[in-house]
Ligand binder design. Structure first.
Ligand code: ZN
Length: 269
């Protein structure tokens, strides 16, 4: 299997990646000419061994050759467990070998195979939103008490505070929430399907920060069929079945409704 490296932007053999540095996600992109067609496909990507070591070396130098600090940053970046007891085991080899041992250890030791970074450091850091949520909880309690005491002045005061807190939470959530964006485009002024066709995916938040930007060249025509709905289709809840006849063969196409759009299952029965 070929895997896309987001650092060197090359498709490389799976063996050129460490297992924990590969992820497969399902991506869906709207066809630019029609809002009704959504293309979906699997994307397998990660950072290859060469790029990972290069990146690690760079950070290692940046952090004054502090191995533990560099490793912790890497684990946070790639959502891997940071296990202090494993860091100190192999300290008689150079830092690249130490990194390789560490990756091997967390891959081989069962208790660490599915552990995330946050689980390994034992706690989730409190965010501004967490603090506001605590305030909101307290304000709601105060309002409840004011109602019980029939203290309407206090009730109005706490209601105003609650409204402000809710507004602030909305604003913060908007700023920090990452949403997925995509674009499908042709490079140059002539559009040739599968020749100069690209798809870009990225995430963006309310501050217009962009992360995780990836570009894919569309190698061959995207397997999308535009279906004119005939009278024969059957809709049961969020599932659509379209009977089709091609020559002497009968087929059924199935689609599911996701966010108001019909998405085909990608196979015909
Ligand atoms: Zn690479």
């Amino acid at each position: 299997m070929k895997v896309y490296c987001t650092e060197c932007q090359e498709n490389k053999d799976e063996s050129e990646f460490y297992k924990r540095f590969i992820k497969t996600e399902i991506k869906q992109v709207k066809e630019p000419r029609s809002n009704d067609i959504v293309m979906s496909w699997n994307i397998t990507q990660g950072i290859c061994k060469d790029c990972l070591i290069k990146k690690f070396t760079h950070t290692y130098k940046l952090f004054d050759e502090n191995f533990e600090k560099t490793l912790k940053a890497m684990c946070e970046d790639y959502d891997l467990p940071f296990i202090v007891s494993l860091v100190s085991i192999h300290n008689d080899v150079n830092f690249i070998e130490r990194l390789k041992f560490y990756i091997k250890d967390i891959h081989c030791l069962k208790q660490y195979q599915t552990m995330t970074y946050l689980e390994s450091v034992g706690k989730k850091e409190k965010s501004d939103i967490d603090f506001i949520n605590e305030d909101i909880k307290q304000l709601k309690n105060n309002i409840e008490k004011a109602i019980q005491k029939e203290d309407f002045n206090a009730h109005n005061k706490w209601m105003n505070s609650l409204r402000d807190a809710l507004e602030l939470r909305d604003k913060l959530e908007d700023k920090t929430k990452w949403k997925e964006f995509s674009s499908h485009y042709y490079e140059g002024n002539k559009s040739i399907k599968g020749e100069n066709e690209y798809i870009a995916l990225w995430e963006q938040n309310g501050n217009n920060d962009i992360r995780n930007r990836r570009t894919f060249k569309v190698e061959k025509e995207v397997p999308t069929i535009k279906i004119e709905l005939s009278r024969d289709y059957i809709i049961e809840g969020d599932r659509l079945t379209i009977p089709m006849k091609i020559g002497k063969y009968s087929y059924e196409i199935h689609a599911n409704k996701v966010d108001g759009k019909w998405i085909t299952e990608g196979k015909c029965n």
